[in-house]
Design a protein around this ligand. Sequence first.
Ligand code: ADE
Length: 246
Amino acid sequence: MTLMITFDILTLLPEFFDSPLKQSVIGRSIESGILCVTLRNIRDYSTDKHRSVDSAPYGGGAGMVMRVEPVAAAIEAARAAAKALGKKATVILLTPQGEQFSHKKAVELSGLEYLVLVCGRYEGFDERIRGYVDLELSIGDYVLAGGEVAALAVIDAVGRLVPGVLGDIESVKHESFSDGALEYPQYTRPENYKGARVPEVLLSGNHALIDRWRSEQSRRRTLVRRPELSVGSDEFSGDDTKKNIK
Ligand code: ADE
């Protein structure tokens, strides 16, 4: 049986997703049915005369707040759609106040079958919306104009982990974060670019040596660039390739 994952996106800007979801591996996987995307316009779930989705905050203050009724109704519609397919929905609110999204989280989510991604606009959500979601995710400590870019980041990072989305499963195994460390430096043609040479070991054909060099580089690079990811040893102090960072 092929695994398949649905992303049910709740947004006020469905057109935002038009081009990104047509591109590259994610686009092809949607085309071939490994990934499935549903777009729901939150405004369609507003029942008042003006189909309003936001309102001024109680207590005063700047900006507008997303109203609970249309968002809760859209979430309930998404949960019902999942149920009709015999699937369990996991509802995720994209917010800078959420848990930090990570590779580990992406792996976890890639094992689920129906992800509902709730994207906000305006200054924030009515707090009561939080009662309708299973999880809150942030893609970083900065404030985006809306959750759409964050939802795309989640779709991309989770989608590419679904079996069949990437041609070469090996490339996922060795990439940064897959084993809690940054990936080793990579090189391709030419061997010599304006005097910058590919490390000799990579041309040696000795795969045991290459593997050793790569895991060493991966450890050093992690220690220098992301010490908080390093476990144990602090015996390495140099990242040979740091000078190449642009
Ligand atoms: N919405 C606005 N900013 C965000 C962020 N940093 N992460 C997730 N959703 C957001």
